[in-house]
Design a protein around this ligand. Structure first.
Ligand SMILES: Nc1nc2c([nH]c(=O)n2[C@@H]2O[C@H](COP(=O)(O)OP(=O)(O)OP(=O)(O)O)[C@@H](O)[C@H]2O)c(=O)[nH]1
Length: 125
């Protein structure tokens, strides 16, 4: 199975993390996620994270720090999540695709359901 390469942005401001709810129609739909999406040809992690954050949230990350890489096999697809931390951005976050957004206190992240691959990220933040 081809591995899908995904840029994932963990946006943390004042100990709160911006999470978004995936639409029911999407892979892992109904679960919460960190903003992000598939890499386009030739993009670096910083470029992909900036493009996805602009497309989904109307913000442009100003600092992008690589955090980890997670490879995970779901039953129906395999993903490689390249994860970064964003501590500063330009703009005001807005769920441009109609997705609900929450600024979740870091210690409350365990109250939300994320895709299985995210468990490794949650342990690091
Ligand atoms: N954006 C994002 N994707 C995640 C996270 N965790 C995780 O397993 N994924 C997986 O990574 C892939 C990212 O795809 P995506 O968000 O760009 O695309 P999608 O499923 O909406 O599909 P589409 O763009 O073809 O409509 C999905 O398979 C999704 O389930 C996460 O925290 N954020």
């Amino acid at each position: 199975m081809a591995v899908i390469k995904v840029a994932v942005a963990v946006i943390i401001i004042a100990d709160r993390v911006l999470i978004a709810k995936r639409a029911k129609s999407q892979h892992q739909g109904g679960l919460w996620e960190f903003p992000g999406g598939k890499f386009e040809n030739g993009e670096s992690l910083e470029q992909a994270a900036q493009r996805e954050c602009f497309e989904e949230l109307d913000i442009i990350p100003a600092s992008v720090e690589p955090l980890t890489v997670i490879e995970h096999d779901y039953d129906d697809k395999s993903v490689r999540l390249e994860v970064c931390v964003v501590k500063d951005y330009l703009g005001v976050p807005n769920g441009k695709e109609g997705q609900p957004l929450i600024w979740c206190p870091r210690h409350r992240l365990s109250d939300y359901q994320f895709p299985e691959a995210n468990q490794a990220i949650l342990k690091l933040i």
